[in-house]
Write a protein that binds this ligand. Structure first.
Ligand SMILES: CC(C)(COP(=O)(O)OP(=O)(O)OC[C@H]1O[C@@H](n2cnc3c(N)ncnc32)[C@H](O)[C@@H]1OP(=O)(O)O)[C@@H](O)C(=O)NCCC(=O)NCCS
Length: 186
């Protein structure tokens, strides 16, 4: 398995299928809204713009998207790293969102994806990473806690729009980046 910035590698041959399964999203990890793009190439170009903060709405922040590829370069997971928080993300959304295709779950892909995305957050100089998950999303909570996530409190916070409860986790990074492999792409 390896992590790659979405636009720094050949478009994975199963990208369309992967995004079709993701659909409108799952558990707060939103879909790709492909109807807004002419084709997959345009979508990936848009991801590069987002990472560089080009043409993004005022209410958005620069965001990098990473692919998790298996040994055959098939896309099995995806993460999004917000370079900083704004007021909305500081409440819900946080710095990192992650998703593993259902057929690839429970084989440590999620672990690999979160660990490597945290390395990228560290390379960006983010010292305290905020992640938020639904209170009943035990898979994400297990994963975040394994990677050092500390919940602000276990009762959680109510999403005023959805009425559901979510937890807010912080992960403290060392600050001493060992891998800035992709930093020039960010
Ligand atoms: C959360 C998610 C990424 C986990 O991916 P994964 O590849 O299955 O994760 P891993 O195999 O690396 O699991 C690592 C650990 O996480 C926990 N975990 C994973 N799935 C779990 C589940 N269904 N129930 C409870 N714990 C779970 C466990 O501690 C697991 O270790 P174990 O396998 O030894 O029990 C995946 O379920 C997913 O994409 N969910 C939908 C999107 C989402 O919830 N994103 C997070 C919020 S943005």
């Amino acid at each position: 398995m390896r992590l790659s910035p979405a636009f720094a590698t050949a478009i994975p041959t199963n990208l369309g299928e992967f995004l079709a399964v993701l659909g409108t999203g799952e558990r707060g990890f939103s879909g790709a809204n492909l109807s807004a793009h002419a084709d997959l190439r345009t979508y990936v170009q848009r991801l590069e713009q987002e990472a560089n903060g080009v043409d993004i709405p005022a209410a958005f922040v620069p965001m990098s998207t990473f692919w998790l590829l298996d040994d055959r370069d098939q896309l099995i997971g995806m993460s999004r790293l917000r370079h900083r928080l704004n007021e909305r993300l500081r409440f819900k959304g946080g710095h990192i969102g992650f998703y593993v295709a259902p057929t690839a779950r429970r084989r440590r892909a999620g672990s690999h994806l979160l660990r490597e995305t945290l390395v990228q957050a560290n390379a960006l100089g983010i010292a305290q990473v905020l992640l938020t998950t639904d209170r009943d999303n035990l898979a994400a909570q297990g994963l975040i806690e394994r990677h050092g996530g500390v919940a602000e409190d276990r009762t959680g916070v109510r999403d005023p729009e959805l009425g559901t409860m979510f937890l807010r986790y912080w992960i403290t990074l060392s600050g001493a980046s060992k891998s800035a492999r992709f930093a020039h792409h960010l």
